[in-house]
Design a protein around this ligand. Structure first.
Ligand SMILES: Cc1cc2nc3c(=O)[nH]c(=O)nc-3n(C[C@H](O)[C@H](O)[C@H](O)COP(=O)(O)OP(=O)(O)OC[C@H]3O[C@@H](n4cnc5c(N)ncnc54)[C@H](O)[C@@H]3O)c2cc1C
Length: 348
């Protein structure tokens, strides 16, 4: 049984039918589906941007295996998911980690690391690989939020800047390529002589305007209020570049973190679910990469199906008498206006 957490004595920040933990593709689709079923929803994510792995690791890549999209850029897919949920009043609590899950009469209370709480009739855990923690570049830490970032949610924000990207994987190369047409200058610094990124991307990189500096390490950052210069070493030589932005694309570590302490049955650090995507805790579902069952394949399209299944089952639990299968969306699309007429389970 999950522990009752101390934060529950604060007033609820939100009281909804469905609380979704994680704003990756599966969580965002669960939020849409809740709205489609006439349920109010809140989505909480530890990252400042929605999109989970897609936004944090590969927003510029094309995906070719998402149902209904012959090819879609990661960033576009996430924008589309947000747009799909937009007719409903979904609330997004970003930059907050869900640290606790406690049973209450009629549902569950989630508590967040900033002391907030969300009361919900049902919970959908879509925590993917868990909370992402960026691998940091020690000398750049004092400039976090003042020029130093770990991913590039909106490349346009770097227009006209001198940008240094650090790293040798796909994210570093993709971001350097995305920034080059916008930034005043883009330099990619990698401590090895070869890149781990896709061969095609590396060919593009060397054909682009990106200044590529290999066998070099960033050793210092300078600037009074914000980042102004980056110093790096190559062999015995030390260079200084003007730089108003440094993107440390060194990867992320991830782990289930607090989710593992909520009394939920786990198998190999994944949440075990039944055919309704329900965990061992009644009313608590799990979808996407965080869940497991025999034969599960970790793909976005699979997570979408699981989100639909979980929310349809939650709808029946929250409103006994409702049908498991929804009306076809092509027959009746319940927009925000229609939804307002349906009383919320949490308001009851
Ligand atoms: C480089 C790369 C390329 C890929 N290409 C493809 C592809 O082409 N096609 C495909 O189908 N799949 C692809 N994948 C896999 C795909 O990205 C994942 O299957 C998908 O992102 C899983 O979605 P999700 O919503 O389950 O979880 P995630 O995307 O992992 O999102 C989970 C979210 O939960 C949040 N979270 C976790 N714990 C908490 C907490 N306690 N409180 C608050 N928030 C929390 C995290 O911050 C995160 O934002 C690729 C993956 C990588 C790394």
């Amino acid at each position: 049984m999950p522990a009752v957490v101390s934060a529950v004595d604060r007033p609820a920040e939100a009281a909804v039918d469905v609380a979704v933990v994680g704003a990756g593709p599966a969580g965002l689709y669960a939020a849409y589906y809740a709205g489609f079923r006439g349920l109010s929803a809140v989505v909480v994510d530890a990252l400042d941007e929605p999109g989970g792995q897609v936004s944090a690791l590969y927003p510029e890549k094309l995906l070719y295996d998402v149902a209904g999209h012959p090819a879609v850029k990661g960033r576009q897919l996430i924008d589309n998911l947000l747009e799909q949920a937009a007719p409903f009043d979904t609330r997004y609590l970003l930059g907050r980690t869900v640290v606790g899950l406690a049973r209450r009469t009629g549902g569950w209370t989630l508590s967040t690391d900033d002391g907030g709480r969300v009361d919900a009739g049902a919970v959908v855990i879509a925590a993917g690989l868990g909370r992402f923690v960026p691998r940091r570049l020690p000398c750049s830490v004092p400039y976090e939020g003042r020029g130093v970032a770990y991913h590039v949610p909106r490349p346009e924000a770097h227009a006209g800047r001198d940008v240094v990207v650090v790293g040798g994987g796909d994210s570093a190369v993709d971001w350097a390529l995305a920034l080059a047409p916008l930034a005043r200058s883009t330099t990619l610094v990698h401590r090895r002589s070869t890149f781990r990124a896709h061969e095609y991307s590396v060919r593009q990189l060397y054909a682009s305007a990106v200044r590529v500096v290999t066998d070099a390490e960033v050793v210092a950052c300078h600037g009074a209020q914000r980042l102004e210069q980056v110093e790096f070493r190559r062999g015995e030589e030390v260079f200084t570049l003007p730089s108003q932005a440094l993107v440390a694309a060194l990867g992320f570590t991830s782990g289930l973190g607090p989710v593992a302490e909520w009394g939920i049955d786990l198998e190999h650090r994944r949440i075990r679910v039944d055919r309704s995507m329900c965990t061992n805790l009644p009313g608590v579902h799990a979808v996407g990469d965080v869940c497991t069952y025999p034969g599960r394949v970790p793909l976005i399209t699979v997570g979408f199906g699981e989100a639909g299944t979980a929310v349809n089952h939650a709808a029946v639990t929250l409103r006994p008498g409702e049908r498991l299968a929804p009306e076809h969306s092509s027959d009746t699309f319940p927009g925000a206006g229609d939804r307002a007429a349906v009383p919320s389970a949490s308001a009851a």
